[in-house]
Design a binder for this molecule. Sequence first.
Ligand SMILES: [Zn+2]
Length: 265
Amino acid sequence: MNYRYSVIAVVILGLLTIAGCSNWLGKVNIFPVEQDVALGQQVSSSFESGTAAVVLDSSKNTVLYNYIYGIRDSILKTNLLVHKNDFPWKVRIIKNDTIQNAFCTPGGYIYVYTGLMKYLESEDQLAGVMGHEMAHAEKRHSTDALTREFGANLLLELIFGTSKAQLLQVATGLAQLSFGREAETEADNCSVDWLYQTSYNPVGAAGFFEKMQKEKNQVNIPEFLSTHPDPGNRVANMKKRWSEKGAKVGQTYTERYKKMLTYLR
Ligand SMILES: [Zn+2]
């Protein structure tokens, strides 16, 4: 093969690689996957330096952090995540009891609010919600949504640190990012599939939805309970998936969850 053909082959191979990044909807995510971590890093440091976020100090709250790392590691140990070793999967707890939320940046920087931890009743529920959020990073929904909102060029500029003001804007918008119906369903499915390979009750996330519905808690609707699809349908979908997989019954770890909460003051 002469030089000219080698170049053509490399170009075609490159195009195929880009096409290989197409997500499950068949659309091509033009944002390169290697940049997810760089973007996540920029966005997370901007978020943490902003006034909106008070991050619990991990060196002073080792019990809480070890607990939450344990949940994350159980999910990663399933080996079901393609980006298990590509992303840092860093977890940070945000001290704010009024917000019952959790979210994940591109590249796997996970944020959990103390308000959510206190609202939940058992470890499987927190594991279910974390699985759901981690799925948004793993399946690159976060990158898709940010690209839709801000454009790939701006995001690439942010990685190279050219616009601090816009970076802060992107970071602030992160917690309110809305994903499509298909992305939410996919994240719910991942949560069930991943937890199924751990000792947790695989439908932990569903338990949380049911609690929210029962209490008609409409005040702080978090991302994972966003308007669509209907939460009732999501519970039904998760239970159906669980039942099709064999309806394995897992642990809720309610007692040790309550014990962990005593460290959260
Ligand atoms: Zn979600």
